[in-house]
Design a protein around this ligand. Structure first.
Ligand code: ADP
Ligand code: SF4
Ligand code: MG
Length: 316
């Protein structure tokens, strides 16, 4: 469904270029979920925006390859992207989507807008589709006639997910969809996403800084650090036996119930993406750092679609 190769996105700022996404590679099949995890500021949202072409004005460079359902989209005109890809093949539930619902516009009008505007579907047909989709996300049909201010946070999150599904896309990018919700509501939303995936064979790019949440849905995991994917692999491998020192630190920082293993922390803070450290971007925080790490680490394949970007494995 999706093939991303050597993707790079830089922002232009007064202080210099922000290297937010660098040399990113991954694939996503039909019905598969990739979790994109990493600390705030590591480039998760930028990567999502590069894929869905939701670009701020100060993008200085967008290069590489993004093939969506067989179509190369880098280099495509905005007009073609809008008519062939956005909404039809892929949709994006942004980090702040829940607060973007206008409180005084009824749920139904939010939901039918993409169909009426982008697909020129007659309003009555669009409402029928909205009735079908709102039930799929676990909300009774009559809630279509309510206003967002009458709904709880969890309900509003379901509505924004319903909007992303209304045009029947194949891939949905969910950017921190549960971060603003309490744990019970989070669990409900995650269950709903699982159910949807099995019923309509959706592919998800699930972005989160919360590893526990990501492990609920992920088939594969991409660990991001300072604009790079530093490790990519199947969920059962990355969560259980991570290879990259940053992945190890990230997973070691998750408290485990009924375990004597102490929680560990990664010292220091993520680097500036304007002047990233020379060589490995994780070097200043890495306890395995060695002189070789002053050179950019190679991407080492550890399986057919798995890799780690670290000199520890490059030496072997
Ligand atoms: N429009 C922008 N202009 C300049 N820098 C940006 C812009 N958007 C994000 N950034 C920077 O890019 C980096 C990655 O940000 P982001 O993709 O939002 O990370 P995440 O989603 O992982 O928190 C951060 O250093 C952030 O400050
Ligand atoms: S390349 Fe070196 S500094 Fe970077 S993660 Fe590997 S060991 Fe640590
Ligand atoms: Mg983000």
């Amino acid at each position: 469904m999706l093939r991303v190769e050597n993707l790079r996105m830089y922002y232009r700022t007064m202080s210099g270029l922000v290297r937010a996404v660098e040399d990113v590679n991954f694939r996503l099949r039909e019905g598969e979920t990739i979790a994109l995890i990493g600390e705030s500021g590591c480039g998760k949202t930028s990567l999502a925006r590069a894929v869905i072409r939701f670009l701020p004005r100060n993008v200085a460079e967008l290069s590489g390859s993004v093939v969506i359902d067989g179509i190369e989209t880098i280099g495509m005109s905005d007009k073609d992207f809008d008519s062939k890809i956005r909404w039809r093949k892929i949709t994006y539930v942004s980090q702040a989507a829940i607060s973007s619902l206008n409180p005084v516009i009824r749920v139904v009008d939010h939901m039918i807008e993409p169909l009426v505007i982008h697909f020129k579907v007659p309003k009555t047909d669009a409402i029928e589709r909205a009735k079908e989709i709102i039930k799929r996300v676990g909300i009774p049909e009559d809630f279509l006639w309510r206003y967002p201010f009458e709904l709880s946070g969890g309900m509003r999150q379901r509505v924004v997910i319903a909007i992303s599904l209304i045009t029947n896309p194949k891939i949905v990018i969910l950017d921190e969809p549960t971060s603003a919700l309490d744990v019970m509501t989070q669990a409900n939303i995650l269950n709903m996403l699982k159910e949807l995936r099995s019923k309509i064979n959706l592919s998800y790019i699930f972005i989160t800084h919360d590893i526990a949440v990501s492990s609920e849905l992920a088939d594969k995991v991409a660990v991001m650090y300072a604009g790079w994917i530093v490790e990519l692999g199947p969920a059962e491998k990355v969560y259980v036996d991570p290879l990259h020192p940053y992945s190890k630190g990230l997973l070691g920082s998750v408290p485990r119930l009924r375990s004597d293993v102490p929680v560990t922390f990664i010292p220091g803070t993520p680097p500036s993406l304007i002047n990233p450290p020379k060589g490995c971007r994780f070097r200043p925080r890495c306890r395995y750092a060695m002189p070789k790490c002053e050179e950019i680490p190679p991407v080492i394949k550890t399986g057919s679609e798995e890799y780690v970007r670290c000199w520890l494995y490059g030496e072997k």
